[in-house]
Structures are given as C-alpha cells and as structure tokens.
Design a protein around this ligand. Structure first.
Ligand code: SF4
Length: 240
C-alpha cells in the first residue's frame, strides 16, 4: 500500500471511530431527554455534521437558531439549504427589539469595537438573551463545540451540566473532533456548507465580528480579531 493510501486508511479509521462515539453520545441524549432537547445551530460545518448524525438516529429532532440581526447572508442561505436537505422546521429566535433599538440609539451600530464591555453588551442583547429563551423548557441541548477550537474550550466534555443555564445537560458530541475530521465527514456525506468557508473563513459568527483567517492562524483568530484569544467567547458557552 502506498504511503498516501495508508494515511487515508488511518484517517478513515479515525473518523469512523469518532463518528461512532458521537452517535453514541447523541443516541444517549435523545433517549434521556426525548422532545426536551434541541440542537443549537449556527449552521457551522460542525452543526451541519450534527444535523446529519441526528438525522441518522431520529427524524424531527428540534433545532433552534439565533438570528442576531447581524448574520452574513451566506449563513441564512446555508440555513435554508440545510432545512431543505434535512426537512427541518428551524425554531428561530431574535433579540428583543426594544433592547436593540436602545443600544443603537445610545451607542451606534459598531459599539462592540470600542471596548470588551461594549462587545459583551452587544453579545448579551443579540445572543445570550435569545439563547436563554430558546433553552426555556429544555432539559438538554446539543452544540458543535470542539476542544481544539480555542484555549477557552480545551476542557470541554462530551456531556456536562450547564451551570449557566440552570444545570440542564449540554452535549458536545464533536468535542474530540479535529477540523480535519469535520471536513472529512462533511465531504464524504456531501453536506451543504456556508460558502464563506470557501473564502478562508474557519469560524463564522456575525458579519462585522468575523473575518477570514490566514494559513497558520488559529481557527477562531477571525472572530473578534481585535481581542485577546482568552476573550473569544460570546457568553453562550462561557465556563464557570
Ligand atoms: S458577535 Fe458582534 S455583532 Fe454579533 S452579537 Fe456579538 S458583538 Fe454583536
């Protein structure tokens, strides 16, 4: 066997193993929580992989998404494509309009660039508050977080109590996956993807807070690139 073929065989075995582990986590979560669990989707490649894995286990799994009002057009297009592919009825959540109006009237449309405090304020209004409503009534939620994404995620477990949200269970079935694992699975299953990945984006959030990354840069280097790496969370996944 050639060296290239051997490498591919080893990679395929690794992805098969990771896939089986992720399916186990999801199977257990669905059995435990029934209809009181949902996937939080930003339509990242990780989330589309999870949609595919879930579709192999059960139809009609709940999926919610947060439209912050600042999402790139490409993300919304990806959401619609994924909805068609998986037969989804996405539960969309928006920020409270009064809070957004107050923020823009008082501080303008780009206050998040001025200080970490302002950035957290914007994320709190546009993401954290809608998330708390999305989680109301759930006993578990599923995310596409991975350990290698950022130094703030290195201790991530595949299942953990989410103390930020009343101790409900949070499942991260792809915690051990690498970016290459995600790409390999998505390619093998011909999954839809956000077109911004083809332009050098590696992690995609709100349009004004996301840019493409250079080769060799950390995959979340394009998120809030003006901040230090340990600050690169929006409050949805902060760990206490
Ligand atoms: S990512 Fe940027 S635009 Fe989006 S909610 Fe956070 S600060 Fe606001």
């Amino acid at each position: 066997m050639s060296e290239k073929a051997q490498t591919e065989t080893t990679e395929n075995a690794a992805i098969t193993q990771r896939e089986a582990e992720a399916l186990d986590v999801l199977r257990g979560a669905l059995a435990k929580h029934g209809d009181a669990i949902a996937l939080a989707s930003s339509f990242s490649l990780e989330d589309v992989v999870l949609l595919d894995l879930l579709s192999r286990l059960r139809s009609g799994v709940r999926v919610f998404a947060i439209d912050t009002g600042r999402l790139p057009e490409e993300t919304l297009l990806c959401a619609d494509t994924a909805a068609d592919r998986f037969g989804l009825r996405i539960e969309w959540y928006f920020p409270q309009h009064a809070a957004v109006e107050k923020l823009l009237r008082e501080k303008g449309a780009y206050s998040f660039r001025e200080s970490l405090e302002n950035r957290h304020e914007c994320c709190r209004i546009r993401k954290v508050e809608p998330l708390s409503r999305a989680l109301t009534g759930l006993t578990g939620w599923i995310t596409g977080l991975r350990r290698e994404q950022n130094i703030s995620r290195t201790r991530l477990e595949t299942a953990e109590a989410d103390m930020l949200h009343g101790g409900i269970m949070k499942y991260n079935p792809l915690a051990a996956w690498t970016a290459a694992d995600v790409r390999a699975y998505a390619k093998a299953r011909r999954l839809p993807f956000n077109r911004l990945y083809a332009e050098g984006y590696r992690s995609i959030g709100c349009a004004p807070c996301t840019r493409a990354v250079q080769s060799g840069e950390d995959e979340r280097a394009g998120r809030w690139w003006w901040e230090n790496p340990e600050h690169k969370e929006c409050g949805l996944h902060a760990r206490h």
